[in-house]
Design a binder for this molecule. Structure first.
Ligand code: ATP
Length: 316
């Protein structure tokens, strides 16, 4: 085992003396194709990730122990102990790099808990980037993504951001290379969360009983639509195999989806395992109008505009 690194006067210069602030986005899945259940208990996924402009922010300062505090979404609900993905990420990086996992971390959370926007994974990615800078461990993004894969399937994507293909259980990520286009979204945040494992179990149940829709299959149509850079074309190709499961668990989401489309969205889908719904808008002004109408209709806790793709976890 590597001996733990202890900062002395010279080593202090390796890391950041002052606070390191990292901003990390939420993700939506433009295509979430769920394949068969694997022997390891995960489903085989074929997904297109897309990072959007709703952010958590993690600040890391030097400390004598590892401590986490927070404000914002989920405060008082989210455990700040060793089960928190931020603490797990800090330990994983320290173990890999052979340093002591000492830092004072503060999370400002805007991504809702258990919302299908991968907030916990985003925070883990932020912790890897922040602690790497604080401790001066100097790992490459690919090395950080390697550590990230053991923390959760979505964590590697949130190190990179942008729009990317995810395969395996989602942890094998490769960028989708298309000419830059900004897509405009409305994000309808629900009251309360949905458990991701429960959504996968519900999908298995629907499939076993023959009640699930046909699986999405290939990402080709979606990737072609991204290249065409026309939101009306993209709208026809968005899809989520977990949507039926999320609707079965939370039937009122059907009203949210209908309300968004009635308000002028090109289409709406459940994000990941839900309950957040995301709507594609024709442009920024249309997104603002849809968000205002969804708020008035009372079909969600909060409706926010966002754009994508945006970068992954970055020092700000
Ligand atoms: P995904 O889309 O990746 O399935 P999600 O958006 O539905 O995830 P998250 O908010 O990422 O859900 O969190 C799921 C669970 O992970 C939480 O209920 C919580 O128990 C646990 N968790 C651990 N650390 C964190 C964290 N820093 N932020 C949020 N959740 C965390």
């Amino acid at each position: 085992m590597t001996e733990a690194w202890r900062p002395d006067d010279e080593d202090e210069r390796r890391g950041a003396a002052g606070p390191v602030r990292v901003r990390v986005p939420a993700k939506v899945n433009l295509h979430l194709g769920v394949g068969p259940l694997r022997r390891d208990g995960y489903h085989e996924l074929n997904t297109v990730y897309h990072a959007i402009s709703i952010y958590d922010e993690l600040t890391a300062r030097r400390g004598d122990t590892l401590a986490l505090t927070m404000e914002g979404e989920g405060t008082g609900e989210l455990a700040l102990d060793d089960t928190n993905l931020i603490i797990r990420a800090a330990h994983a990086l320290a173990g890999y790099a052979g340093v002591l996992p000492h830092a004072r971390l503060h999370l400002r959370k805007q991504i809702p808990l258990a919302g299908g926007l991968a907030g916990g994974s985003a925070d883990a990615a932020a912790a890897l980037v922040a602690c790497d800078a604080l401790w001066g461990t100097g790992l490459s993004r690919d090395e950080l993504a390697g550590i990230a894969a053991d923390l959760g399937s979505d964590v590697p994507f949130l190190i990179y951001g942008g729009t990317a293909l995810g395969t395996g259980r989602g942890e094998a990520v490769s960028p989708v290379l298309v000419r830059p286009t900004t897509w405009h979204w409305v994000v309808a945040i629900a009251d309360g969360g949905l458990s991701t494992p429960a959504a996968y179990r519900e999908l298995d149940r629907l499939r076993d009983s023959g009640a699930a829709g046909a699986p999405l299959g290939s990402t080709d149509a979606l990737l072609g639509a991204l290249r065409q850079r026309d939101p009306r074309v993209l709208a026809r190709t968005l899809g989520n195999d977990l949507q039926d499961a999320a609707l079965a668990m939370r039937p009122t989401l059907a009203d949210t989806l209908k309300a968004g489309e009635a308000a002028g969205a090109l289409t709406g889908i459940v994000s990941g395992s839900g309950p957040t719904c995301v709507f594609l808008a024709a442009d920024a002004a249309s997104a603002e109008r849809i968000a205002a109408e969804l708020t008035t209709a009372g079909v969600c806790r909060q409706a926010r505009v966002a754009h994508g793709p945006v970068a992954g976890a970055r020092i700000s």
